[in-house]
Design a binder for this molecule. Structure first.
Ligand code: BES
Ligand code: MN
Ligand code: MN
Length: 464
């Protein structure tokens, strides 16, 4: 049996000694523009996978492999300390969202810069800064007496584009991925003063609609008034998808939604939330949403429909009088437990075709989707996370429901029967997917300190 020195004092000492290198390594990782959505960055995404693999090897992982898929590779590595011990499967993603609009970044997205104790870079929080904490926590444990649990890493490169090749990998590698819990840091906390653990994620159905009117762009004076403008028609169709109470009007959309019990709603609304602060941060006078629900319910437990992008006609400098031939929109729906994204995608497509007037043609395509998930709050792993956070933050974590999606969570449960703990250290204000994404250096180190405690308590509580 190894002597394991994972008490707070040893952990803090190790982080203090190595903190500059921990930061330098993260900076190196952040400099790779691993944008999975844009083929222009293909070589960079592949180099990033190799870098991650090398860092896992350096930290002491065995069987490190950059596993090819039909898309970007999955980086795998493991350290089996003792087959009798429980195993933690760490999941994260090394790909990032596109950085545009570039002109809104104060410093370039792939040149990480510290301002006011925060690291500004694309991927700083989502998810490079967060998954890299696990690599460094792993190093820390290896250098301080060994692992309390076995550990497996699976870091993918297509999370931001729907993880479609991951399902195939998981199905083909069930034995290799066997574990007792999946541990993910890719979500947010309420704040560093109010630590929290997310206990659910929404699902997603991502669609695109193209509306075609006349067979070519037309002079808007010569033809305007006589021919349906596809941009106007598209705007009307989109506007009709919410009623006066901001309910979604697609027939059957809410059929499978399971309503929360009054007790669940009450518990959810006990989380700290300051509406004035929220509005101030976003510079909006009034919030908007489905009638009858609070903001925390709207973002955590209710399905939504959002336009992510809309275009058509002339969008360049100055003015051009034109009646466009085509208009398009990218529309996504966030889904909640029991909604099936494939069913919803079909419903959406049928509905759009049904409401389109005869003056236009519509084409609807499905981009990708993912299932919603809820994670247990009575498991050994959840208790280990609670205990780890309570110790490192000096305060019990509050359970919350996250609005974002990580499709792999439902997949791990369906394919491997493994539940997840969402131990995220980000903040909603970290500007994920936005210009000037950041991650506080404080959160980065705090994560590295908390993760070994999770492993320690998971091993302890599992053996009871
Ligand atoms: N890390 C996010 C998801 C997230 C963020 C969950 C904050 C909870 C709180 C993840 O990288 C992400 O952005 N997922 C996508 C889904 C994917 C299918 C494109 C999302 O939620 O839009
Ligand atoms: Mn993420
Ligand atoms: Mn993301």
């Amino acid at each position: 049996m190894l002597q394991i020195d994972l008490d707070m004092q040893h952990i803090k000492q190790y982080v203090e000694q190595h903190k500059q290198r921990f930061l330098d390594e993260l900076f190196e990782l952040l400099r790779f523009p691993s944008v999975s959505a844009d083929p222009k960055y293909k070589a960079d995404v592949l180099t990033t996978a190799e870098y991650v693999a090398q860092k896992l090897r350096d930290a002491g992982a065995d069987k490190v492999e950059v596993c090819a898929t039909a898309g970007y590779p999955i980086v795998y590595g493991e350290k089996i300390a003792d087959p009798a011990k429980p195993t933690v499967l760490v999941y994260g993603h090394y790909d990032v969202q596109p950085a545009d609009p570039l002109e809104l970044w104060k410093t370039p997205p792939f040149e990480p810069t510290i301002r006011d104790g925060k690291i500004y870079a694309r991927g700083a929080c989502d998810d490079k800064g967060q998954f890299y904490m696990h690599v460094k926590a792993f190093e820390l444990m290896m250098q301080n007496g060994g692992l309390p649990c076995n550990i497996k890493f699976m870091i993918e490169g297509e999370e931001e584009v729907g993880s479609s090749n991951l399902a195939i990998f998981v199905k083909a590698n069930k034995e290799r991925l066997k574990a007792d819990v999946v541990l993910i840091s890719d979500t947010s906390m309420i704040s560093m003063e109010d630590p929290s653990l997310e206990t659910g994620l929404r699902g997603l159905s991502y669609m695109e609609v193209e509306v075609t009117g006349p067979n070519r762009d037309l002079h808007s004076g010569v033809y305007g008034g006589a021919v349906a403008n596809p941009a106007t028609i598209l705007a009307k169709m989109i506007a009709s998808m919410h009623d006066e109470n901001n309910h979604i009007t697609i027939p059957g959309f809410y059929n499978d939604v399971v309503d929360l019990t009054p007790a669940e709603r009450k518990a959810l609304n006990e989380a700290p939330y300051d509406e004035e602060e929220y509005k101030k941060d976003l510079d909006v006078k009034e919030l908007w949403g489905e009638k009858g629900y609070t903001t925390l319910e709207r973002t955590g437990t209710r399905p939504t429909l959002e336009v992510n992008g809309i275009w058509g006609g002339y969008t360049g400098e100055g003015a051009k009088t034109v009646l466009p031939s085509k208009a398009s929109a990218k529309i996504s729906m966030r889904l909640v437990p029991n909604q099936d994204w494939e069913k919803i995608s079909e419903m959406f497509a049928d509905h759009v075709k049904k409401i389109a007037p005869a003056s236009v043609k519509v084409k609807v395509t499905t981009h990708h989707g993912g299932a919603p998930a809820v994670t247990p709050t009575d498991s050994v792993a959840y208790k280990a996370a609670q205990k780890a956070i309570a110790e490192s933050f000096g305060k019990d974590p509050i359970p919350t429901r996250g609005g974002g999606s990580i499709p792999i969570v439902a997949l791990f449960e369906a394919e491997l029967g493994i539940k997840t703990v969402l131990m995220g250290f980000g903040l909603d204000s970290d500007a994920l997917h936005s210009p000037n994404e950041k991650y506080d250096i404080y959160n980065y180190y705090k994560g590295i300190e908390t993760i070994p405690l999770f492993h320690k308590y998971f091993a302890e509580l599992s053996s009871k």
